[in-house]
Ligand binder design. Structure first.
Ligand code: CTP
Ligand code: MG
Length: 586
């Protein structure tokens, strides 16, 4: 998966990669050259007291070191730059993907994990890529070159190298392989901690109201504990790795000195060569260590890469058709033909054989008990989801035949749980139409019965709105969402239970104002209160996903048992109606 992700992301940076490879090559050659220079300086300069030679060699070494340093710095800079760009691209891709997702894919993943994948997981990959870019050429050359150079200095000590290198490799390998399972646990528990935290922050009022703080605290603590436990286990193993490395490095240096000293005594090798041998040994061991470390980080990045790829390779179930047809008939309104819909995995359809036509200039109301499928039905019209049977037509065209852009540009939806973005009142209203003038915004606010409170807000149109619209009341949020839909000036207006937070008088005024504005608009209103829809041109009564009655208020009172029951239950309860004030919609 990591390889797949890299193959997808790296090509644009091929130039940088080539530069990194060349620089690493230069650096590694310089590093391999240095010990042999030192050796020569000792044997020919120091041993013979040739000061001139020492100076010459010294200058030479300075030059070679400079090359090594410049190469190392440039590799690090280029490497992090490529890795950071890669991460930026990956984030952009994930973001684009998620934006293209329909309701169904978002629910399939869930918001917290999508956020972790776009953030933490990509950072994991970035870290490993940075490391790999710095090692990939350097480490193998260093290992092989180091061995060759060392043997040239003194082949008699080769057995120390033959013992130390595999020992180090195996020791670190064992430590690392014990870390890998913890990496998986860590990544999954990041998700869990995020999810719980998010849920608790979002639902903080519910938690307070039901005095569930202790329970929630424990739930969070448990998830946090798992994460901490995994991180501590990884840390302990890391802590074990360093002493092991140091012991092996130092013991092998000591061995070189011990056995080398005898060879110097017997004249088999010169002091300088022995010194160079030791340097090469250390270089090789370092390279082995770095490679093993990088190798052990790969599994962790692999876990993250899989999680990222999963998002990137999930296709939205709602996509543009191959050959989009334009929507031409402005007078056709919205038509549902024998629509059936089931949520994925559900056995019974939520909507079953629903047919009706909503004409421009008329208002169609949909009423039914909770869970009857009203929201589901509305979501099918702008293709938030696709029907599983039958057709939805907008402007005479099956919505699946037209381009998404075309469909969406004709429809304005006020969702049941309206969401406002952080910004100002104006910036939220202009979601409907970026070019709308202030006058048009006020006009929409007036219709939505929101003019009063907006003009009282600090700054009026420029008043600040918090993320999710949490700094205005539920009813105010609903009215702003209505105004936002009105600014759009769409052919089709969909209201999902949008008047529930309004008192009966405001509700009536709003409907009156709306009527004046929507002479040519197809309006579909989902409502809980019969009083909201008495004036509708057509009322559809939904029960358990089926249409059980169609007609005007008076007709339905005569003909539809379900409608009569709803109407009677609300009369009995006075103003009645479910005051369903949506909580923070996240
Ligand atoms: N449902 C589901 N998965 C979803 C949304 C809804 O399985 N993502 C199911 C629910 O179990 C519900 C049915 O679909 O029984 C209808 O849901 P919905 O259309 O939202 O019902 P409404 O009529 O809008 O209910 P309410 O009046 O409460 O808004
Ligand atoms: Mg609903």
């Amino acid at each position: 998966m990591l390889i797949r992700l890299l193959r997808r992301g790296l090509p644009p940076y091929a130039g940088f990669l080539a530069a990194i490879a060349v620089l690493q090559l230069a650096g590694v050659i310089a590093n391999l050259y240095l010990p042999s220079l030192t050796g020569r300086m000792i044997d020919h300069g120091v041993a013979r007291g040739d000061i001139d030679y020492i100076w010459r060699m010294g200058a030479w070494m300075l030059g070679v070191s400079l090359v090594a340093i410049v190469a190392a710095i440039s590799v690090a800079r280029l490497g992090s730059r490529v890795a950071a760009s890669l991460a930026r691209d990956a984030r952009a891709h994930v973001f684009d993907r998620v934006l293209s997702f329909s309701d169904r894919e978002v629910l399939h993943f869930g918001a917290p994990t999508l956020i972790t994948r776009a953030g933490n997981d990509i950072t994991q990959v970035q870290t490993v890529v940075t490391m790999l870019l710095m090692l990939v050429v350097q480490a193998p050359i260093m290992m092989i070159g180091g061995v060759i150079m060392a043997l040239q200095e003194d082949a008699g000590l080769a057995w120390i190298m033959a013992a130390a290198v595999p020992l180090l490799g195996i020791a670190i390998g064992i430590v690392i392989s014990r870390m890998v399972p913890w990496f998986r646990i860590m990544q999954d528990s990041v998700d869990r901690v995020n999810r719980i935290l998010r849920e608790q922050i979002t639902g903080v009022r519910v938690v307070r109201a039901f005095v569930r703080e202790d329970v929630e605290r424990e739930r969070f603590a448990a998830a946090n504990e798992i994460y901490t436990g995994a991180a501590v286990s990884v840390g302990k193993l890391m802590a074990l790795a360093f002493p092991i490395v140091m012991v092996i490095l130092n013991v092998s240096s000591a061995a070189v000195l011990w056995f080398g000293a005898h060879r110097v005594d017997t004249g088999q090798v010169e002091v300088g060569a022995l010194f160079a041998f030791m340097q090469y040994l250390l270089q090789v061991l370092m390279a082995v260590m770095m490679t093993t470390m990088a190798a052990m980080m790969i599994p962790r990045a692999e876990v993250s890469a899989r999680r990222i790829t999963e998002v990137l390779e999930t296709d939205s179930t709602v996509v543009d058709p191959a050959d989009p047809q334009p929507i031409t008939d402005e007078n056709a309104g919205v038509e549902l033909r024998d629509v059936t819909f089931s949520y994925p995995g559900a056995e019974v359809p939520v909507l079953d054989g629903v047919s009706f036509t909503a004409r421009p200039g008329t208002t169609t109301a949909i009423i039914g008990s909770t869970g009857a499928g009203k929201t589901t039905l509305l979501n099918l019209i702008p293709r938030l989801r696709d029907v599983t049977g039958g057709e939805v037509l907008v402007g005479g065209r099956d919505v699946r035949e037209a381009s998404l852009e075309d469909v969406w540009s004709r429809i304005a939806l006020v969702p049941q749980r309206p969401y406002l973005f952080s910004g100002t009142v104006a910036s939220n209203l202009r979601y409907g139409d970026p070019d709308a003038a202030d006058d048009a915004l006020w006009e929409a606010l007036r219709t939505a019965q929101a003019e009063d409170f907006v003009s009282r807000m600090d700054g009026g149109l420029e008043a600040r709105i918090a993320q999710g619209g949490t700094n205005v009341s539920g009813g105010q949020r609903q009215r702003l969402a209505i105004a936002r839909a009105l600014v759009r000036d769409a052919d089709v207006l969909l209201f999902d239970d949008s008047f529930s937070a309004l008192d009966v008088a405001t509700d009536a005024r709003l409907r009156e104002a709306l009527k004046a504005r929507t002479a040519y608009t197809t309006v579909i209103v989902v409502a809980q209160r019969v009083s909201t829809i008495v004036g509708a041109d057509q009322i559809i009564v939904l029960d358990d996903g089926r249409v059980v009655g169609v007609g005007t208020h008076d007709e339905l009172l005569e003909t539809c048992e379900t409608y009569r029951e709803i109407a009677e239950s609300q009369e009995a309860g006075g103003a009645g109606g479910a005051e369903t004030l949506a909580e923070v919609p996240v």
